[in-house]
Write a protein that binds this ligand. Structure first.
Ligand code: COA
Length: 179
């Protein structure tokens, strides 16, 4: 299952062959990524990247969650995907990260847009959520640009290296999803 976003950009089914490229980004850009992604703090060897890729593949096949690899000009540059799908209530949260090499070009906005089409059209979900630290201005901007409504601010919701961070809780409903 791959999603064509543009001639330069595709979302592809996770594959072990991309684990090394993704591992390199997470290692080389660790300080930058872990500012907003606490899991990156304890990130280790390439074996861990392979383990997470295998887990993502299993979850994808079992339709528990859908983590796509982002290819920019054929190179793996990040991830975008859903967390666990709540099928009973037709909702999920999404997450994403990108290499600094392609940051600031509108890439993630395009990827999230494509993921939302997939969530609403293919998975038939009714609600998709983004939870991001209030200080993560880029990520907040993506939610705002794509018609997510801010539903709340949760105090000290995420534990980062520097301490607990407040988050904005955003959601977009199927009925408000406009292309
Ligand atoms: C967040 C992230 C995915 C953004 O990717 P990206 O491809 O650069 O995002 P886009 O270019 O599509 O959109 C970013 C928006 O933020 C804006 N922006 C950039 N820096 C900004 C700043 N300092 N303050 C406010 N807005 C800013 C951009 O101008 C753009 O908005 P615009 O299109 O209205 O101009 C990327 O920076 C990243 O991976 N960061 C580290 C991991 C992370 O934070 N993940 C999300 C956790 S919730």
């Amino acid at each position: 299952m791959n999603i064509y976003v543009s001639d330069t950009l595709q979302l592809v089914f996770p594959d072990i062959k991309y684990a090394e490229e993704l591992h390199e980004i997470i290692t080389n850009e660790n300080e930058r990524l872990r500012e907003w992604l606490p899991w990156a703090y304890n990130y280790g060897s390439v074996e861990k990247a392979v383990f997470y890729t295998e887990l993502t593949i299993r979850n994808f096949i079992e339709k528990k969650s859908f983590g796509f690899t982002i290819l920019y000009l054929g190179k793996a540059v990040g991830l975008v995907g859903t967390h666990s799908i709540d099928y009973a209530n037709k909702r999920t949260t999404i997450g994403y990260w990108l290499s600094i090499d392609v940051e600031g070009k509108g890439v993630m906005t395009e990827c999230v847009k494509a993921l939302l089409d997939f969530c609403f059209d293919e998975l038939k979900l009714n609600r998709v959520e983004i939870v991001c630290a209030t200080e993560n201005l880029r990520s907040n901007r993506i939610a705002q640009k794509l018609n997510f409504q801010k539903e709340g601010l949760f105090k000290q919701y995420e534990l980062h290296e520097r301490g607990f961070e407040d988050v904005n809780y955003y959601a977009v409903l199927k009925e408000n999803w406009k292309k």
